[in-house]
Design a protein. Structure first.
Lengths: 477, 213
């Protein structure tokens, strides 16, 4: 029931926003976002207190992993929703808000359905809902970005479909027609008997397919364009949680494949792709011209880090990876929102156009600096902790070479980010002074996100450790 | 059953190769519609031979969407374009050679499936997968937006064929999702391509190179 409510809020809200007009629009938008967050947190608390929640005869099901994602989606959606009114004019607002909440709905659906076939439909839905949002400014560049996004992600998702078909094939082969053959719980139950070669082949397709959505190199090529051209709230949602939904889909299949074919196979693939993503991103981070693109490449890097953690495996590696996904979601969505304000103030997203950011925009600039420090993985922020967990798991497992290589790539990316941030924050302003900064209250949500990051960094709130343990048990070994 | 499904899949693959070979847009579009027709017949045949009426219905839906609706939309997108791509492209010889290699690859990749199944349709699975691979190749190497879309649709057809042959159709809700997706993607593409054309006066891919690095 609770899950139905969680999904109904953004869906009904999207419908209402499509027809609402005038002053009601902004209020309704805020209300829907707030209710979504409330429902998300309610589901999360219930799941961590009382284990799994199911609805509609098991079709919807939230376990610890789903709840983790639901909470993230709810949080980032509210952060992004608060910024959205800055980017829409009244003429297009109904469409923007409606698509925004529809996008949130598809992501929530993807992480709460137990049917992996339907999860596929929902993830495809995320592309369809967000493609118009990417092209919302209707410039040449955003048009090209949305075209690339649609085409590459459609191909990717079709590959994931192929993987799903093969999983179903392996399943049906053994046990004949089962009504619930694509239910994740069924798959997990039958996994030990599935034909290993078929399941491995399926996993390759699934990783390539959902990896495209997750922004894993070398399938990441759509990501920098779409993330940099979309309006800031949409970039925040895409970078913060859409990529995480892609990783989530891979995570649903990982335990099935591990049970059928042993954990070494998935671990090797995820480790390899993770390191490749980190390498590709580290190189590009040394030569960015546009700060939104820089943030987009940094997302590729962090998805790579999460994959490396999943590849190392073990309770620490997996807990680290999932914590890292959450930390990254908070830090990156904050940064995209701030980048949107900086872009609006300077009228350009070029790094060279922004000099001495701290003087004209002390609040935005200060928050940007703090969030960049978090993103670079420095203490006291949470990304430091999750990176320590991940690479610690690597060394503990004995994968010395891979872990060391990962650390080197992390340093290279760190240097690149530091160089661009330094160029933006300090230096002598070249152009005319940007438009005056806005008031204090818009900084509040950003501050909240940063405080949460400090919490996951230095003082785990009660329950977080338990939650991560539950996650590791689901995704394990 | 084996003979019928293998024959239909083989015919589908031959049509795919013909799409690779043809240069004229209306010709390729007709070939695509024909390929979709073959797959619709495949679904219906499987439905009759395996005693699954749902597959016959699936074939009908497929017929409406991929043989009638989508080719019409694509025809509208393509109208007013030169029949053949203006830019000099790769020779058909090389692309056909690549397509041939992809068929071999498809057999190699699908080997694990054949070792575990006793389905009468097993022999045709690599043929459908080859169709998908060649479609992907067309999509990646397409010279303009139409080429990309056509490649994508051939790819989708191959995957649909594979799903039919390997599992006799997936649970209904998933199939509905697949059809809806393909339809929406093509409709969005129509909008996007329309806007590209208004702004660029052309949909040649080389002009879409603003975003790099």
């Amino acid at each position: 029931m609770m899950l139905v409510l969680l999904l109904a809020v953004p869906l009904v809200g999207a419908g209402g926003l499509a027809v609402a007009r005038g002053a009601w629009l902004g209020r309704l938008h805020g209300l829907v976002a707030t209710l979504t967050l409330t429902a998300s947190l309610a589901v999360t608390v219930t799941v961590y207190r009382a284990r799994d929640v199911t609805a509609l005869d098991g079709f919807l099901r939230a376990d610890a992993l789903s709840a983790w994602m639901v909470a993230l989606i709810g949080l980032v959606a509210v952060l992004a929703a608060l910024e959205a009114p800055r980017y829409v004019t009244t003429a297009v607002a109904p469409r923007f808000y409606a698509l925004f909440h529809l996008f949130v709905f598809t992501m929530l659906l993807a992480v709460t359905t137990d049917d992996v076939g339907f999860m596929w439909v929902a993830i495809e839905g995320t592309t369809l809902a967000s493609v118009f949002l990417v092209n919302f400014e209707r410039t040449r560049a955003s048009l090209e970005a949305s075209y690339k996004y649609l085409l590459i992600c459609s191909v990717g998702i079709a590959v994931a479909f192929l993987g799903t078909v093969l999983v179903y094939f392996a399943n049906v082969q053994l046990f004949g027609d089962e009504e619930y053959a694509l239910r994740w719980t069924t798959l997990l139950r039958l996994a030990p008997g599935l034909a290993p070669q078929v399941v491995q082949l399926a996993f390759v397709f699934l990783v390539v397919g959902y990896g495209t959505k997750a922004g894993v190199a070398p399938m990441h090529t759509w990501l920098p364009d779409a993330h940099s051209e979309a309006p800031a709230p949409v970039s925040a949602l895409m970078s913060g949680v859409l990529l995480a939904v892609g990783v989530y889909a891979i995570l649903r299949f990982k335990p099935v494949v591990d049970l059928a074919a042993g954990p070494a196979f998935t671990s090797r693939i995820l480790l390899g792709l993770g390191l490749l993503s980190m390498a590709v991103a580290a190189l590009f981070l040394w030569a960015p011209t546009n700060f939104k693109r820089m943030l987009a490449y940094s997302s590729v890097e962090h998805v790579g880090i999460a994959c490396v953690g999943l590849g190392f495996g073990g309770p620490w590696g997996i807990a680290g990876a999932l914590l890292h996904i959450a930390n990254h979601a908070l830090a990156k969505s904050t940064l995209f929102l701030l980048a949107g304000r900086i872009r609006a103030a300077y009228g350009s997203a070029d790094i060279t156009a922004v000099r001495g950011l701290l003087h004209p925009l002390p609040r935005t600039g200060g928050a940007f600096l703090a969030a960049m420090v978090a993103l670079m993985g420095l203490p006291p922020f949470g990304l430091f902790t999750s990176e320590v967990l991940i690479f610690g798991a690597g060394f503990a497992k004995g994968a010395i070479v891979e872990a060391a290589l990962g650390l080197v790539l992390l340093l290279v990316a760190f240097g690149g980010l530091l160089r661009s941030t330094q160029a933006m924050l300090y230096g002598v302003p070249t152009g005319p002074a940007p438009a005056a900064a806005s008031g204090a209250w818009p900084v509040a949500p950003v501050t909240l996100a940063l405080l949460l990051l400090i919490l996951t960094g230095v003082a785990w709130p009660p329950g977080l450790g338990d939650a991560l343990e539950q996650l590791a048990a689901i995704v394990g070994p | 059953m084996t003979a019928a499904t293998s024959l239909l899949s083989f015919a589908g693959l031959v049509v795919t190769l013909a799409i690779v070979w043809r240069q004229s847009w209306p010709g390729r579009l007709r070939l695509f519609a024909f390929q979709s027709l073959l797959l619709a017949v495949l679904a219906a045949t499987l439905g009759v031979l395996a005693g699954r009426p749902r597959l016959v219905l699936l074939g009908l839906v497929f017929l409406v969407i991929k043989v009638v609706v989508i080719p019409r939309v694509l025809y509208r997108i393509g109208s007013g374009m030169p029949v053949r791509p203006v830019a000099p492209g790769k020779s058909s010889g090389i692309t056909l050679l690549v397509a041939g290699v992809l068929i071999v690859v498809a057999y190699a990749v699908m080997l694990p499936l054949r070792t575990v199944t006793a389905l009468p349709t097993a022999g045709a699975i690599p043929l459908a997968f080859a169709m998908a691979l060649i479609g992907l190749f067309l999509c990646v190497t397409g010279r303009d937006a139409l080429g990309h879309i056509l490649g994508f649709l051939v790819f989708e057809n191959g995957i649909f064929g594979l799903a039919l042959l390997a599992t006799y159709g997936l649970p209904g809700i998933v199939e509905a999702g697949v059809f809806l997706d393909v339809l929406i993607i093509v409709l969005i593409m129509e909008g996007v391509v329309g806007q590209v054309r208004r702004e660029h006066e052309s949909i040649d891919e080389p002009k879409l190179r603003e975003l790099r690095g």
